[in-house]
Design a protein around this ligand. Sequence first.
Ligand code: NAD
Length: 470
Amino acid sequence: METMSATFRPLSDGQLLDLPGTLPVLDPATEEVIAHVPDCTSELLDATVQAAQAAFSGWSRTTQAHRRERLETLAARVLEHADELALLLTREQGRPLAMAKSEVLGCVHWCRSFAQMALPVAERTDKSGMAWTTRRVPLGVVAAIAAWNFPLMLAFWKLAPALMAGNTVILKPSPFTPLATLRMGELAANLFPPGVFNVLCGGDALGPWLTAHPGIAKVAFTGSTATGRRVMASAAPTLKHVTLELGGNDAAIVMPDVDPAKVARKLFMGAFLNSGQVCIAAKRIYVHDAIYDAFAQAFAAAAHAVLMGPGTREGVMLGPVQNRPQYERVKELIAATKTAGHRFLAGGEVPEGPGYFIPPAVVDNPPDDARVVVEEPFGPIVPLLRFSDVDEVVRRANDSEFGLGGSVWSGDVEQARAIGARLETGTVWINSLHLLDPQSPFAGRKQSGIGAENGVEGLLEYTAIQTMVG
Ligand code: NAD
C-alpha cells in the first residue's frame, strides 16, 4: 500500500504546527511505513502547557451550555469525517474497517453523551441560616494519554468529559497510532479558543514529560498496569489527580445449562475481537466439565473458520497484532506455552510475515499457574479451563492481580447474577460481553485501575470539590 500524502500536524495553542515528520508510523498488516509524524520536544510541551494554563481561566468560566454546544459541533465534525478517520484507524491500527468505523461512531456517541451531562450542585441552609453550596469545579490542564488498541475511543473518553467539566486538555496518542488522533485534532482546531484543546505526538519521552510536568493538574491514562504504576509515581511529587484504566485478565464463567456451541461462538469474538487486544476481552474461559468438550470443539471450529487478513480486505474479521513488540511478546508466550507442554486446540503456528499476523490460538485446559492463565496476553491466544464447582471457579476467577471485568454465561440469569456479584471486578456482564455505555461508569478494581471513566462518575473525575459557606 502507498505512503499517505497527508501531513499530520500537532495542535498547540490553536495552531497546527508544520514540523518535520521524523517518527515513522507503520501499517501492521504490511510493516510498511505509511507516514511520519513529528517528535514533539520538551520545549513545545512547555509552551503548550503554558498556553493550556492561560486558556483555562477563560474556558473554565464558560457556561456548560457553551461547552455542550462546542462538543456537539466536534461530534458532528467527526461524524462528517467518519469514513476518513476509520480508514486511518485501520491503516495504523490494523483492525477491520467496519470495526474501525464503529469506533469512530462510538466517539461521536460518547462525545454527544458527555455534552449532555451536567455538573451537580448541592445546596442547603443550616439551622442558623447559613448557606452551604458544594460545586464541582474543573482542575486545570488535563494530560490525556491513550493506548494503541482503540486510539480514538480512548481519547474521546477523556477529552469529552475533561472539556465538558471546564478543563483544558493536552492529548497524547500512542506513538504506534497517532494518525487518526492528529487528524481529529486538525478537525477540532478552530472549535475551541487557542490552548483549550491540544494534541501532541512524540516518542517514548513525551508521556513521562507530561506526567511529571508541574503545570499539569491531572493525568487520565489508559495503558498497561506496568506503565500505570510509573504514571502514578511520576504524578506523586506534584500530587496530580490520576485516573488509571489499566490491564485486565477477565474470566468468563460458562455454566452447564447453556447451549455450548452458541456460547462458544459468542465468546470466540469476545476473546479475539481486535485480535485479542481489548482490555475487557475474555482472557480466561472457565467452562463447566459437563459441557467442556462440546464447547471446546465449537470454540476451536470458530478459530479455524475465522478470516484473518488486512483490515481493508472485505470480510476479514481479525487483523494483525498492532505492533512489533506486542507481536514478539505474543509469539514468545505461544512458544513458552508449547514448551510447557500445553495442548493447542487451534493456532500455535505463526506464519512468516510480512505483517504481524497471528492466527487465533486456543489452549486446552492448562494448569492455573500457566503463564497463559496468569498473564494478560493482549493478543490472539486464550486458554479454556475446566471447572466443576461454583465456589471453586469463583475462587480461581478472583485469583488474579487484575480486576477489570468478567462474564457469567447461564440459562439461569438469577444464578448468573449471584455468581457475578462475587467477582472482584469493576464490570460484570451476564450472557454478554463488551457492552459499555457512556451513562454507566467503567472502572477497574485491584491493579486494573484507579477511578472511573464514563457516567457522571467519569465526568466528576475531572473536577475538584468546592464548598462555599455563606
Ligand atoms: P502502554 O502502557 O505501553 O502505553 C499507553 C500509553 O502510555 C501510550 O500512549 C504510551 O506512549 C504512554 N506511555 C508509555 N510509557 C509512559 C510513561 N512512563 N509515562 C507516561 N506515558 C507513558 O500500553 P499499551 O501497550 O499502549 O496498551 C495496552 C494495555 O492497555 C493493556 O494492558 C490493556 O489491557 C490496557 N488497556 C486498558 C484499558 C482500560 O480501559 N482499562 C483500555 C485499553 C487498553
